[in-house]
Design a protein around this ligand. Structure first.
Ligand SMILES: Nc1ncnc2c1ncn2[C@@H]1O[C@H](COP(=O)(O)OP(=O)(O)OP(=O)(O)O)[C@@H](O)[C@H]1O
Length: 259
């Protein structure tokens, strides 16, 4: 079997809810290090795809491969420990813990605490070090001991990214990472995401075309439960099928906004 050249692969993936097929034979092959924005009209199935990849839903049929290994049907925590991490948005943050403690919890959790207490103690030092590193990566050093609940919204989203990358996963899934941010926050946040995902494979679900074109090496266009195009932003922009199905006006807006 091939597949190991890809960080993430979907093969004829299908998911039905009751009698309705929502994901209708999705195929995608993402190379290591690619940054991919998943776009598509409302209800096209983007979130469902993320849920299938991260293990929240089990596919009705088809396969999901992480570095060539089947992960479909596995539990989210197993998939996480195999190297795929998904942001769970703010709900993943412990509001009454400090920024540092949140990061450290994320690191420790990713190590998988089914171990003995002594192993835990031995790892604690590493986890502390790793948490300090993450703190500076997400530029929140000055907020180290602030409770998460007291952070600004953008800072909470940065913390969420820190927790998401904390376990060292090679494939990162982010669901609308800049949703709810101002224009300037969004710009800075795109840079942050780029910095912290260097060398990693990134998939985002995104509605904001500014973010898509600022962040993505490749765009996957999902329409009606299928990936109808997967290509560079330039080629997707020029793809007649995509324009017809969805993009035309959004692209024009994004281009107008960029000048
Ligand atoms: N658990 C579920 N049970 C039944 N139907 C579902 C379930 N989850 C999603 N759906 C349906 O699947 C379709 C695709 O939803 P999904 O949220 O994946 O789309 P999306 O592309 O992420 O949309 P949006 O951009 O609006 O977030 C929708 O019609 C939705 O109602």
């Amino acid at each position: 079997m091939s597949g190991t050249e890809y960080a993430l692969e979907l093969r004829d993936l299908r998911k039905s809810f009751g009698k309705t097929e929502i994901i209708r034979g999705a195929n995608l092959a993402v190379r290591p290090g690619e940054r991919v924005a998943v776009i598509g009209p409302n209800g096209a199935g983007k979130s469902t795809l993320f849920n299938l990849v991260s293990g929240r839903f089990e596919p009705t049929s088809g396969q999901v491969l992480l570095h060539g290994q089947r992960i479909d049907g596995r539990k989210p925590y197993e998939i996480n420990r195999m190297g795929l991490s998904r942001s769970f948005q703010i709900t993943n943050i412990f509001p009454k813990l400090s920024v540092f403690e949140n990061l450290r919890c994320g690191v420790l959790w990713s190590l998988g605490y089914r171990y003995t207490f002594f192993k835990f103690l031995a790892d604690l030092e590493d986890a502390n070090e790793r948490a300090e590193q993450l703190l500076s990566q997400i530029h929140l050093e000055r907020k180290r001991d602030v409770l998460a609940v007291n952070l600004t919204y953008a800072e909470q989203r940065a913390l969420e990214i820190g927790i998401t990358i904390g376990g060292g996963a090679g494939v990162i899934l982010l669901d609308e990472p800049t949703a709810g941010m101002s224009k300037s926050e969004t710009r800075r946040f795109i840079e942050l995401i780029k910095e912290v995902t260097v060398g990693k494979t990134l998939l985002t679900v995104e509605h904001d075309m500014g973010v898509v074109f600022g962040l993505a090496d490749k765009i996957a266009v999902v329409v009606y439960g299928e990936v109808i195009a997967f290509d560079t932003p330039e080629n997707v922009r020029a793809n007649a099928r995509v324009q017809e199905a969805y993009l035309g006006s959004h692209i024009a807006d994004a281009q107008a906004g960029a000048h």
